[in-house]
Design a protein around this ligand. Sequence first.
Ligand code: UDP
Length: 486
Amino acid sequence: MATTAAVQPHVLVFPLPAQGHVNSMLKLSELLCISDIHVTFLVTGPTHGSLLAHSDVGSRRFGEKFLLEKLPDGIYQDNLHTLDGFMENLNTLETVGRPFLKEYLGGGRRRWPPVTCVITDGALVSLAVDVAEEFKLPTIVCQTISVAAFWCFVCTPDLIQSGELPIKGNEMDLATRVKGMEHFIRLGDLPSFCQVQNLETPIFKALVKEKLQTARARGVIFNAFEELDEPILAQVRTMCPNTYPIGPVHAHLKARLGTNPPSSNSLREEDRSCLSWLENQPEKSVIYVSFGSLAVVTREQLLEICHGLVNSGQRFLWVLRPDLVAGENGGNWAPAELEEGVKARGYIVRWAPQEAVLEHRSVGGFFTHSGWNSTLESIVAGVPMICRPCLGDQNTNSRMVEAVWKIGLDMKGGWDRVTVENMVRDVMEKRKDEFLKRSEEIAKLAGKAVGEGGSSCSNLRRLVDDIRSMAVSPMKTDLLPQMDVC
Ligand code: UDP
């Protein structure tokens, strides 16, 4: 055993440059800063600019403990909703990010105490672990997707062996043998990147590899809580014994900061006028509609949604991002026959302060794309969901909402206007009490998990202790459990 001396713990946090990843990893960073750990948050130039322009990261109470750092130019980050765009993003993060990370961890650009631990996004594990190992630094992975989706990725080699993958035709309703999830997961519920007809698809190979590489790290953080995902976490622990479910991180941070309003990690300008509109609506009367930061729809789908919302007769608050319709940027889309219905009961914004919207007393339902942050924000607020997944882990999350947690409906089958209308009526009227009761029960569990003595609170404490114990010079290699590499 080496002789060691404790040094100031300093974590380098390395997220993918997308809203959902940045949001949750920034909340994690703030939780670490509150626990007296220094954090350098490493993002691309455009993300750096957007954070300074639209979030309150610059004015937050991180004190001296937080540094926002920029990667060099040249990292592709357009069209992240497409397979090619996502792959190009990962490729350029590798070519530009790897040399930068080496220089950074080697001390070339360091303005602070030396980095003692790297926390990497779950999609960048090989890069981060390879470089960190060169400098004898430990790495912890932060999975920003759901535990269920992570486990589906990890089980894909089994699905290939059993012949379920590649998908051969229209088999989306067939049950799959994802360990521990056999009784409710179908092929159509696998993360979209796993639903391949060709096993050589680059993004499929890359993401499965990254998920399996998680086992090389010292531990894995989940934005989840034990009580929500207990059986699947038990499966995950057979591969990664050292897991830290510390979520929902936004609720955890709020619990730590007391009554302070939520901090904003937005990469876009929030239109807060919708909060005033909500003030004038009756309790639990509004369905909030948003498809996150990346999902796109066709013009035809947009019209079906609009018809369905208007025909449901419910009040709605709708986030219509200018880039929501693929290939178009804003523009006039609402047909004349819908204008009256939209004006009478709807309110449209380009980007909303979502956490505050979901917690508003007027909101009674969330029509969502089932992004993981959105799902957790709805769970914490006790708001039932209508789920229309578009990509990534959203397929799996929407299935969990309907079949496991029973806090909403999964619209995976399609989104014609009649389905939209019927589901909105179900969640807002016909089955309102059933969904609300269940959502409130789960919201209570989430609140308990992040409260003093709760599971996420204890897991965060353990994470902080482990990061502190890693902050020694030279590195003590025998302090923490090593995982079995798959
Ligand atoms: N969000 C927001 N305003 C909006 C829409 C979304 O602040 O109008 C936030 C939302 O609160 C969430 C994040 O953007 O934290 C979206 O992340 P998610 O994982 O749900 O979906 P993604 O954008 O990654 O598909």
